[in-house]
Structures are given as structure tokens and as C-alpha cells.
Design a protein around this ligand. Structure first.
Ligand SMILES: C[S@@+](CC[C@H](N)C(=O)[O-])C[C@H]1O[C@@H](n2cnc3c(N)ncnc32)[C@H](O)[C@@H]1O
Length: 334
């Protein structure tokens, strides 16, 4: 069973520090800990990939992170070269853990071979020390802080690192993230939708959707997904299309402001339409770049990402004068 370690609960700080720490964390809603089962469910698809890789979990308290735990337990099975994890402190030096090889002569690589090293800085993924660990790593795997997601991904792209990270599906529409998806530089992993996270006991979620079991609080989110740039079989699989546009034109309204038809559900994408279609954001979960081209994004006031000219100058998808849900603009390739 996952146990929240003292470091996560702020032990070792003065009362005032603790309050500040908790306040900062609560405000940012960043303290959500991933369940081992969710990590296993996704990572089993990448087993071959991890062989001989240096893996860095850079937003993880190695003493409690289930990412660390997964890789430590599977270190030999996956043939991992090196595992690094750094813990983040808001305002004091932190530490890192490393697992490289058998050290204590008991014949296996396990927790007894872990080396703990103090850091000079606070373990911020942007700190020079952590950037050095990033440079020496092949792949970054974690659930980063939600509030820093844009910056976090930008750093991984800057340093040209492979990654597999958890994020909110809303991030698909961020103006910094969408172009990466559109241009096939990143894509979604295998699992998306509902995911439940553990939250620290000090945390009082603002929304009511959480439960408590064995003294641990859980908070559920209905719109989570994995973002990655590791090639996976799923993104080469065609979406099966079985609906027809011709004969059902009334089901596919034209937008007022774009030369494109609106498709309300991903499984209603017609097989006989070769023009531009506006589809729900969740399409990205089914996107195969050999089957479709992603042209752009039309959502609310997000400007400049549509990829085709607007007829009226308005950005979001309008139908009969009314603004509709955000849509991804796509086109069939063949
Ligand atoms: C969403 S939680 C996930 C924790 C862990 N990766 C997991 O999945 O269980 C994000 C973590 O990033 C840490 N964090 C916040 N800001 C950070 C920063 N600038 N650098 C590194 N870690 C940070 C938070 O303290 C938090 O523990």
C-alpha cells in the first residue's frame, strides 16, 4: 500500500514553513500522486523501449513515488541502465536517488543498491543541477506539476528528450502544446480518461469528487492522458470509420466561419468525406498520422491555430451564430 512519506507531509519544517509550503501547494493544485496500477497499465506497452536506457523521474519524491517504485522493482526485468529521481523542495536543498547496478553483493539490483546524494539546489526540474541529470538521461517519465505543464514540456523539447508523462487532456488545446501534436512531435499514449490520484492528507480539494480509503484521500479526474514522443503501435492503427456523410448531410452541419463540417463524436467521423472536419478534442487519442492530417484547432478565443482561413474573423467554431465546443480540424489522407 502507498504510504505518504514524512517528506511529503512537510515534516522537518517549522510550523510557519509548513503553512507556507501547504498553501503554495494547495493553491497550485500540484500534489497528486499517481497510483502504481495506472503506471503499470501504461508502461507495460513500452517494456522493450526501456532496455539500456537512463530514466529520470524529475518530479518525484523517490521515497514515495510510484514511478520510482515501478522502475526499481522492474530494474532488471526491463534491463534499465540507470534510474535517477529528484525530489522537489520549495525553499531548501533537496536530494536525488540513483540506482545503477548491484552494489551490496546480494546478487540482485534492488532498493539496497540505491545511492542517495544531497543536492545543492532544491530539485526544481529547471535548476541547473537537474538540467545536468536531464542531459545525461535518455527518457523522462513522470507526472509533472499541472501548473507548470507548458514549461515542463518546453524544456523536454528544448533538450530533445524522449518522454512519457501524465497531463490533463485540456493541455491538448494549449497554444504551446497543440502545435507539437499537430506536427507529430508528440502524441497521446495508450490510456486516457478517468484517473484517480492520491492527495496528501493536509490537502482539502476544492471540488467534492474525492474519496477516502484506509486513511488516504483520493481525487478523481475524468480527463487525464499520457503525452509521449516515444513511438507506439497505437498511433499506427487506423480508426475504423463506418458512417457516411453523403445521404446524412443534415448530421454534419457546416460551420458559419470555416469551410469545414462539424462532427459531434469521434466515432461519427464519416468514411466518405474528404474535406475538412471539426472533431472533438478527444480525437487526438485515436489519431494515426498515416490516416489523417491535423490541420488546426478552433476553440474559444484561441487565435492563430486554425490552419484554414476564417470566413468571418471569429475564431471558435460557430454554427448558426452560436459558439460551439472547441474542435480539432482534420482531413483524411486517403
Ligand atoms: C502531480 S505531482 C506528481 C508527483 C509524482 N510524480 C507522482 O506521479 O506521484 C507533481 C509533483 O511535482 C512537484 N513539483 C512542483 N513543482 C516542481 C518543480 N518546479 N520541479 C520539480 N518538481 C516539482 C510537486 O511537489 C509534486 O510532488
Amino acid at each position: 500500500m502507498f504510504v505518504l512519506m514524512p517528506s511529503l507531509l512537510g515534516k522537518g519544517y517549522s510550523m510557519a514553513e509548513n503553512l507556507n509550503l501547504n498553501k503554495a501547494r494547495i493553491e497550485e493544485e500540484d500534489e497528486f500522486y499517481t497510483k502504481l496500477t495506472d503506471i503499470e497499465k501504461e508502461l507495460r506497452h513500452y517494456k522493450k523501449y526501456f532496455k539500456n536506457k537512463t530514466i529520470f523521474c524529475n518530479c518525484d519524491d523517490p521515497e514515495s513515488s510510484n514511478f520510482w517504485k515501478y522502475f526499481e522493482l522492474n530494474f532488471e526485468h526491463l534491463g534499465i541502465k540507470k534510474l535517477i529521481s529528484t525530489h522537489f523542495e520549495t525553499s531548501k536543498p533537496s536530494y536525488k536517488l540513483e540506482l545503477v547496478k548491484e552494489k551490496n553483493n546480494d546478487g540482485k539490483v534492488n532498493s539496497l543498491d540505491v545511492v542517495t546524494t544531497p543536492l545543492r539546489q532544491n530539485g526544481d526540474f529547471r535548476s541547473p543541477e537537474c538540467i545536468e541529470f536531464l542531459k545525461e538521461s535518455d527518457v523522462i517519465v513522470t507526472n509533472p506539476p499541472f501548473s507548470l505543464f507548458r514549461e515542463y514540456v518546453a524544456q523536454l523539447i528544448d533538450y530533445q528528450k524522449d518522454f512519457l508523462i501524465i497531463g490533463n487532456q485540456n493541455a491538448i488545446t494549449y497554444k504551446e502544446i497543440f502545435p507539437l501534436l499537430r506536427d507529430d512531435k508528440i502524441w497521446l499514449g495508450y490510456h486516457s480518461g478517468d484517473m484517480e490520484f492520491m492527495v496528501p492528507n493536509y490537502y482539502e480539494p476544492r471540488k467534492t469528487r474525492y474519496r477516502e480509503e484506509n486513511g488516504i484521500k483520493y481525487r478523481s479526474f475524468g480527463n487525464m492522458c499520457w503525452f509521449t514522443n516515444i513511438d507506439i503501435q497505437k498511433r499506427h492503427e487506423d480508426l475504423i470509420l463506418y458512417k457516411n456523410f453523403y445521404g446524412n448531410e443534415d448530421d454534419y452541419t457546416q460551420y458559419d466561419n470555416y469551410d469545414a463540417i462539424n462532427v459531434n463524436r469521434v466515432n461519427s467521423i464519416p468514411c466518405d468525406y474528404l474535406g475538412v472536419m471539426g472533431v472533438p478534442i478527444t480525437f487526438m487519442d485515436k489519431y494515426n498520422p498515416e490516416q489523417f492530417t491535423v490541420i488546426g484547432l478552433i476553440a474559444g478565443n484561441i487565435k492563430g491555430l486554425a490552419g484554414i482561413p476564417t470566413k468571418t474573423g471569429k475564431d471558435g467554431p460557430y454554427i448558426n451564430g452560436r459558439l460551439k465546443y472547441g474542435r480539432i480540424l482534420i482531413k483524411r489522407k486517403c
